[in-house]
Design a protein around this ligand. Structure first.
Ligand code: F0G
Length: 366
């Protein structure tokens, strides 16, 4: 094992920690909320389920400052925007990008416009954008419509777009791959993650390749992306006009980074696969109850994918004959409290009992 960063750089944000790999200079003002350095959690019960001496780790991106992986990219995108004199940010979002953009804009002292599909944003994320002071515009349309509009508005020069079509976002997000290699001493054998607009899979693959090129890693992982079955344009290889899934963060029918994601999958000898909404709900609950990690539904797609590859013969890839002692990393992208509705629906109504030891004892039923 080797570590490329000193302890003191941890917690100071990804630009401080990985400056040499990022498009920044001494002229770049750093806008950071201390993102990155998220835990890579060894998961004994997931490992046991896969067997073959495999080690499964969960990279918990839900503990970033605004509760999702977007903060890694946002610190770089907003720092560069400020360097270039931007006065306003704009983004389309299924929720997390808008929460992150709004927070970093507030930190930088500039304005932020977020364009969202009306009624399709998890409450926690909408509340975040509002709390951080963003100008929120809801449209009668889906994320793909919002991104089309934002791309046009970005041409006017009045705004900097901070969606993952901005290369500074991808640059920042690749630091998650660096952290994994720094911690494990090499790249894992497999890396599983949810796919929506496909920026994150693009970023991880860039990060792993960069670390290999400068010999901080000796190998590359196979990249495995999971889409919700009703919103799976890359898997089906066609635009989905009306994407549908309870995992609202990845309800996307025409991903901006489609080609790059395909390249990552092909070059890494990985795969793209689909999971059902029920698989997602089950995996979300399983992860919370067996590993103590509560993630939002979209994030549980990587865990649902792990189970599918272990259990199913219809999967795009199978872990039934996985090489002994493989190392598998699953990224979970956002915190469970951002999008609690699915879990709340499973919560049965709590009937109060009398405030006595005897009644509470009886109610415990253990
Ligand atoms: N997981 C979560 C929790 C997300 O919010 C997103 C994307 C993804 C996974 C997929 O990542 O787009 O890089 O493939 N959310 C975007 C947003 C689209 O607007 O917040 P991706």
């Amino acid at each position: 094992m080797h570590s490329t960063t000193t302890k003191s750089q941890r917690g100071k944000g990804v630009i401080e920690r990985y400056r040499e790999f990022l498009p920044v200079s001494s002229a770049t003002p750093i806008i950071s909320l201390g993102e990155g350095s998220t835990p890579l959690i060894y998961s004994p019960r997931l490992s046991e389920r896969i067997g073959c001496n495999c080690e499964v780790f969960v990279k918990n991106e839900g503990v970033n400052p605004t509760g999702s992986f977007k903060d890694r990219g946002m610190t770089v995108a907003v720092s560069k925007a400020i360097e270039h004199g931007t006065k306003a940010l704009i983004c389309a979002s299924t929720g997390n990008t808008s929460a992150s953009a709004a927070a970093y804009a507030a930190r930088a002292g500039i304005s932020c416009v977020v364009v969202l599909p009306a009624g399709k944003i998890a409450t926690g994320k909408l509340v975040q954008a509002f709390a951080y002071g963003a100008k929120i515009v809801a449209i009668d349309g889906n994320f793909d419509d919002a991104l089309r509009i934002v791309s046009d508005l970005g041409q006017t020069g009045d705004f900097t777009i901070v969606n993952s079509i901005n290369p500074d976002r991808i640059a920042g997000q690749k630091t998650a791959a660096f952290e994994i290699v720094d911690e494990l001493g090499d790249a894992p054998d497999f890396h599983l993650l949810p796919v929506g607009n496909a920026g994150n899979i693009t970023a991880y693959w860039a990060g792993y390749r960069e670390y290999l090129a400068c010999e901080r890693a000796k190998k590359l992982p196979s990249m495995a992306g999971f889409q919700a079955i009703g919103a799976a344009p890359i898997f089906y290889d066609r635009i989905i006009e009306k994407p549908e899934t309870i995992a609202s963060a990845i309800r996307i029918g025409n991903p901006a980074n489609w080609k790059q994601a395909r390249a990552a999958i092909v070059e890494s000898h990985g795969a793209i696969d689909v999971v059902t909404d029920q698989d997602i709900v089950d995996a979300q609950r399983w992860l919370a109850q067996h590993e103590g990690i509560f993630v939002e539904p979209a994030s549980a797609a990587s865990i649902a994918g792990l189970f599918k590859w272990f259990d199913s013969s219809s999967a795009a890839h199978s872990f039934q004959k996985i090489p002994e002692s493989s190392r598998i990393v699953c990224t979970v992208t956002g915190h469970g409290l951002k999008d609690p509705d699915v879990m709340i629906r499973q919560l049965t109504e709590l009937k109060p009992v009398a405030a006595t030891v005897a009644d509470v004892r009886r109610a415990i039923e253990l």
